[in-house]
Design a protein around this ligand. Structure first.
Ligand code: AP5
Length: 214
């Protein structure tokens, strides 16, 4: 079983790449951000608890995230493995993940760090647009829909994430540096970390990732 973590700053391309790599390798894509956004949209209890943290670019408390992840992992049986996108976000989550996987006799096979110069991240995040119906992601410059602001798949309108504005982006980047960046040393010490240059074009990054995990 392939058990992968895609690690990187907001805007590094974790979501874009993990969807593509998961589809072509029969892996389950588990994005804690996507799950949380669905919960917020559904106005569930979890969504109501998470919303303020997300809107401000802060991490949602570990207790909520870990319960959500345990639930998501129940569905991996149908796949050849999984990609974790946006999880873990701090050392405590990484340690709890190890415990959770150990109880299922699974261990992480690769942690791939998507390295991007900081100067690219703000431009990527502020230009991101998402389909309000199917969730497909675009970028106003780097990954344009055929018609401006309209999804190629279903013709629905595109929207900008509430945390993709300058103040929230700044906060997300500082949260990343403080809480998530230490995971690079954590996984380097475990000899699991690999790196791709995620400043390249989207398709070139996918090619490099597929080579790493094959
Ligand atoms: P989450 O949804 O995980 O957001 P994030 O980590 O900030 O990551 P992003 O989705 O913004 O970036 P990405 O790396 O996926 O980039 P993407 O591929 O979309 O989390 C949101 C919030 O939920 C958090 O702030 C927190 O509150 C909460 N949360 C989630 N998980 C949590 C956890 N484990 N613990 C606690 N709280 C948690 O690309 C971005 C844009 O760039 C797109 O428009 C794309 O088209 C474009 N792009 C991508 N690659 C390239 C490229 N190579 N060249 C040019 N453009 C590109």
């Amino acid at each position: 079983m392939k058990s992968l973590i895609f690690l990187g700053a907001p805007g590094a391309g974790k979501g874009t790449q993990s969807k593509k790599v998961a589809e072509s390798n029969n892996l389950m894509h588990i994005s804690t951000g996507d799950i949380l956004r669905k919960e917020v949209k559904a106005n569930s209890e979890l969504g109501r608890k998470a919303k303020d943290y997300m809107d401000n670019g802060n991490l949602v408390p570990d207790s909520l995230i870990l319960a959500m992840l345990a639930d998501a992992l129940k569905a991996i049986g149908e796949f050849s493995g999984f990609i974790l996108d946006g999880f873990p976000r701090n050392i405590n989550q990484a340690e709890k993940l190890d415990e959770m996987l150990l109880s299922k006799n699974i261990s992480i096979t690769n942690v791939i760090y998507l390295a991007v110069q900081e100067s690219f991240l703000v431009e990527r995040l502020s230009g991101r647009r998402i389909c309000s119906s199917c969730g497909k992601e675009y970028h106003v410059l780097f990954n344009k829909p055929e018609k401006e602001n309209i999804c190629d798949i279903d013709g629905e309108d595109l929207y900008r994430r509430s945390d993709d504005h300058s103040v929230e982006i700044k906060n997300r980047l500082s949260t990343y540096h403080e809480s998530t960046n230490p995971l690079i040393s954590f996984y380097t010490n475990k000899k699991l970390l690999d790196e791709v240059d995620a400043s390249q074009d989207i398709n070139d990054v996918t090619i490099e990732l597929n080579k790493k995990i094959s």
